[in-house]
Design a protein around this ligand. Structure first.
Ligand SMILES: C[S@@+](CC[C@H](N)C(=O)[O-])C[C@H]1O[C@@H](n2cnc3c(N)ncnc32)[C@H](O)[C@@H]1O
Length: 359
């Protein structure tokens, strides 16, 4: 039986306020491609610290066309990304924007987030089809910008927190790593976290695993370029089947919720750990209830989860589809079902929850 619902009256003021806000959002959405262009063509890097420049000067320094660069700069100025001086027709990247847009080593670097976000627009037809079919779309089926954007999105946070805060928050792990431990970094992607740890703990040995071959090839090349190949190796392996045993530490950075069978993956972690080993699980920051996550950060994660994480998990066996906003209670449930008896939130940042699980 269907009930008749009285339509809610339109509040003109609220409608206008919403449309006004959306104009800003549409501008930001268009700007996403412009940020990726500015990043990939080195426009922001050429602007950083260079003082006021004309479009012609910027085009000359970057080997690009003046007419395109002028239009791009006007869009950047309208969005507050660069400053425009009408007196002499020059544009300048303020120092704060230079850190966020041109300094890849800064924790505030944001270009990876834009690369990640625009990759989902490229994959929109695949995901739209998945909405209809209910089938998954695997990580490996996405545009290349997802893999690179993901690494560049997460790396600044790992560089700022992993060695100084997350590892020290675990019981006894830092001492073991300093003395010489064996570590498996599962779902390692391009290996950003593996390489950070390997550099910080030169007496330890690291194995990075991911089911995605292209990512493992990239990670392997990175380890070789950094001169770490003797202590760091990468191999293609799904989380339920990676080789090795008696690991002191198994880590999963922003990937447990991407897996189809996180409980099965956890069971394998349990089997592969030393009796006093530690499983470090880093997950996107989230509360347990939807209403806890209706925030700017939650919005980013729910959107990424719709386009990437949920279809990725559904493409694998079991297809639990935890989503990127699973929250502590669901992660605890997964970890306990996997056979771990001790579980706690070790620490957190505005973007991540850091869990420690022990057998
Ligand atoms: C969001 S990315 C995170 C990558 C990396 N940990 C990082 O922080 O940059 C998720 C990763 O999990 C991997 N992945 C998903 N399911 C997996 C599975 N069942 N076994 C191994 N890796 C998996 C994907 O290939 C992808 O590299």
């Amino acid at each position: 039986m269907s009930t008749i619902v009285e339509p809610r009256p339109i509040d003109e003021e609220k409608l206008n306020a919403f449309v006004g806000r959306v104009v800003e959002e549409v501008g930001a959405t268009f700007n996403a491609a412009l940020v990726v262009i500015g990043d990939k063509l080195g426009l922001y890097r050429a602007l950083a610290g260079s003082g006021p420049v004309t479009p012609e000067e910027l085009a000359g320094r970057t080997g690009t066309s003046e007419r395109f660069v002028r239009e791009w700069l006007n869009a950047q100025a309208a969005g507050g990304y660069v400053e425009y001086d009408p007196a002499d027709g020059t544009y300048e990247l303020p120092p704060e924007q230079a850190v966020a847009l041109a300094d890849e080593g800064s924790p505030a670097f944001v270009c990876g987030a834009f690369q990640l976000a625009t990759s989902t627009i490229k994959d929109e037809p695949k995901i739209r089809e998945a909405f209809r079919s209910g089938e998954g779309v695997g990580w490996h089926e996405h545009h290349h910008d997802l893999f690179e954007g993901c690494e560049r999105f997460f790396r600044p946070g790992y560089a700022a927190n992993l060695i100084t805060s997350w590892i020290p928050a675990l019981e006894g792990a830092e001492e073991k790593l300093r003395a010489g431990a064996t570590v498996a970094d599962v779902g390692c992607g391009h290996g950003a976290s593996t390489i950070l740890m390997a550099k910080a703990y030169p007496k330890s040995r690291f194995a990075g695993f991911d089911y995605h071959r292209e990512s493992i090839e990239r990670a392997t090349a990175r380890a070789e370029a950094e001169g770490l190949a003797d202590r760091v190796r990468f191999a293609v392996a799904p989380a339920k089947e990676y080789p090795g045993s008696a690991y002191d530490l198994v880590t999963m950075f922003d990937c447990l919720h991407d897996m189809g069978d996180p409980v099965g993956a956890g069971r394998h972690v349990r089997e592969s750990l030393a009796p006093d080993g530690t499983w470090l699980v880093v997950e996107p920051y989230a509360g347990d209830r939807v209403e806890d996550n209706l925030t700017p950060v939650g919005r980013v994660y729910y959107a990424a989860s719709t386009m990437i994480c949920t279809p990725g998990s559904l493409a694998q066996e079991v297809g639990l589809a935890l989503g990127a906003q699973a929250g502590e209670a669901r992660i605890r449930e997964v970890v306990e079902r996997a056979g771990f008896t001790r579980f706690r939130r070790a620490t957190e940042t505005p973007f991540n929850l850091v869990f420690e699980a022990r057998p």
